[in-house]
Design a protein around this ligand. Sequence first.
Ligand SMILES: [Zn+2]
Length: 367
Amino acid sequence: MKTTMRAARLHVPGEALRIDEIAVPVPRPEDVLVRVRACGVIPNMNAIFSGALWNHLPELPAVVGLDAAGEVAAVGAAVRGVAVGQRVYINPFLACMDCAYCKSGRPMLCADWALQGYFGYVPASRRQLARYPYGGFAEFCTAAPQRLVFLPDTVEFAQAARFGYLGTSFAGLLAGGVGAGSVVMINGATGTLGVGATILALGMGATRIFGFGRNLAVLERLRALAPERIQTLALGEEDITNWVRARTGGLGADMLLDCSGRAASPAPTLAAIDALCHGGVAVNIGALSEKLPIEPFKFMNRATRFQGSNWFSTAQADAMARMAGAGVIDLSVWQTREFGLSEVGAALDLVKTRPGGFTNIVVCPDR
Ligand SMILES: [Zn+2]
C-alpha cells in the first residue's frame, strides 16, 4: 500500500491548482478509503475555486474535486457491509447531524451542509469539510460508508463521476412528482443538469418533454434521443407559454425543471411558469439568482407552486445507479473526455467553454 499520493490542491483562490505529493489518508474506524478512478469537472467549478462567490471554501491548501468514483481500498474496523474492491460513487453531501434539521431526521435540509472537496454553505460548514478534507482530484480519499453508492458493473467510473449533477436533476424531478405520463418542461435543457434531466425524465415515464435552450446543435441532439417524446425550442424563437400550451391542448405542463443558473435571464423561467397546468410545480435546481416578479394571484387561482431543490440523498443516488444498471436510463449518450491529474488545469479550461451537457469531463488520477 502506498503511503504518499498525488493530489490537486487549491492553495490560493483564483490561482491554478497545484499537484502536490501528500500522505495517503488513513481512514478513521468508522470510515472507508477509496481509490479514486474518476472525478467530475463541472461548469461552476472555476467560479467556486475563484473564491469570489458566496460559498465558503475548505481550509487551504485543500484537496478539491467534487464527484469521485472509484474502488474501496481500505475499510475502517467499525464499518460493516463494505468490502475492499467494491466499485462506488461517493455522495459528497456532508450534513452536520446535530442542527435542528438533522436532528429532526431531515439531513438534506442541514443548516451547515457542505460538499466534500468543494465548498460549504455557511462558515460553520467548514467543520464538515475538516472531517472529510479530501476531494476527488487525488489518488485516494476518505468517506463515510453511509454515503457510498454501489455501482452496477455496467456503470463506468466516468459515468458515476457525473452523478452529482445527475442526482440534482433526479431529486428535482422527484420533487416535481414526475412519473408515468408526466408532461415536463426543462429550461436550460442543453447544459449538464438539463441533459441529465432529459435522460432521467425519459426513464421515469414522462411522455412529453419540452426542452428550452440556446445551443441549437445540442437541442437537436437532445430531441434525437426520443423524437416521439421530446420537443425542443430555441430560446427567443417563440413565446414559451404559447408554444407549450399549443402542444398540450391548452392545458400546459405538469412541471418545470428550471436549470437556469446564477446570472441567467429570468424571462424564460417566468414564461415557463406561466405554461404550468393547474396544480403544476416549478422546481429550480440551477441556482438562478435573478429576482422573479411573480403574480401570487395566478399561483392561487391555478394552485401552482415554485420551489427549490438542493442536491439529493444517497438513497436517491442508489435508485439512479440501479436505474442505470437495469438500462432504465441510458448514460452511454455522454461523451467522456478524460484528463490525468496533471492535466486538471486543461480540464477546468475545457469546461469554461461550456461544451454542453453531452460532454462528460473527468479527471482520472491514475491515468
Ligand atoms: Zn445539520
